[in-house]
Design a protein around this ligand. Structure first.
Ligand code: ZN
Length: 286
């Protein structure tokens, strides 16, 4: 049985080498990694050529949700977030109403068992459940926002310097009952470390939420959204426009956590994707 590999390197190897050399010259001492790649696995991203830029930007949707389309040289590229619970096989996009199939490969994520001392985080009471429900609506609204503005790429600068302490997709068991998989990247950093916007955007939600603690959600356009949790403080307001590198707040230990860190989430078409796929300088191997 022949398996498809998770990466496709069918074009532009020489061009990529040239741009890598160019980058190496520019950033002599910095860690350099390539631009985000087609990563067609659950929790990854599909980058799909959807035509020439001589034609208007096509309307692309996946699972009835509008999808991000960026310009890459003279081509339009759709960038689709693939849900973590997708079965290996084919997914179908709609490009100007025409179906287009993308092969999705398998991927095994790790498991972790955690003990949380505050039992209310494991089995919330009714008042807490009501609060969680109200906050879920706000968070889901912000994660699913879609602003029709040009987006000039998908790579993100790391929001804080620090070591990644657990990876996206990890299946976690809090005091035994299974919970939904971890939908972000945890970056270890001390309390008070500034968190910087990895790309320009608009702040769509801020709040102190039951599980996520102090949280900021930023909309980067066309359904590309990032989320920052467990902050010690929030430095921005809802509706505010932020530039790349602008401080959003600081690392903390608010909400359901075992210590200070940044929980960093990245979303496309309302779907959590692995931040390691879009970060320009991964801190540790995938
Ligand atoms: Zn986390």
């Amino acid at each position: 049985v022949k398996r498809r590999t998770g990466r496709q390197r069918d074009k532009g190897d020489r061009g990529m080498m040239r741009s890598t050399l160019f980058l190496l010259c520019l950033t002599f001492t910095a860690t350099v990694s390539a631009a985000p790649e087609h990563t067609p696995r659950p929790g990854g991203i599909a980058i799909v050529d959807v035509g020439t830029v001589k034609l208007p930007k096509p309307n692309v949707s996946y699972d009835s949700r509008p999808a991000l389309v960026v310009q890459k040289q003279d081509r339009w590229n759709a960038v689709i977030g693939i849900p973590l619970d997708t079965q290996p096989g084919e997914i179908s996009l709609l490009v100007n109403g025409i179906e287009m199939d993308v092969a999705v490969t398998d991927h095994a994520y790790a498991e972790q068992r955690l003990t949380v001392k505050n039992q209310s985080y494991v089995t919330p009471d009714q008042a807490q459940l009501d609060r969680i429900g109200r906050e879920r609506k706000i968070i889901d609204g912000a994660l699913n926002s879609f602003r029709e503005v040009p987006v000039d790429g998908i790579s993100l600068a790391p929001p804080v310097d620090g070591t990644r302490s657990s990876s996206f997709g990890l299946r976690r068991f809090f005091n035994d009952p299974p919970r939904s998989p971890h939908k972000g990247m945890d970056i270890a950093a001390s309390s008070g470390t500034p968190i910087k916007a990895p790309r320009e955007g608009v702040v769509t939600a801020t709040g102190d939420y039951f599980f996520n603690g102090n949280t900021v959600i930023v909309d980067h356009g066309q359904g590309y959204v990032t989320m920052y949790c467990h902050m010690s403080e929030i430095a921005v307001e809802e509706g505010q426009t932020v530039a790349t590198g602008e401080t959003l707040g600081a690392v903390g230990a608010t909400g359901r956590v075992t210590g200070p860190h940044l929980h960093f989430g990245t979303y496309l078409n309302g779907t959590a994707v692995d931040p390691a796929v879009v970060l320009t300088t991964p801190e540790s191997p995938r």
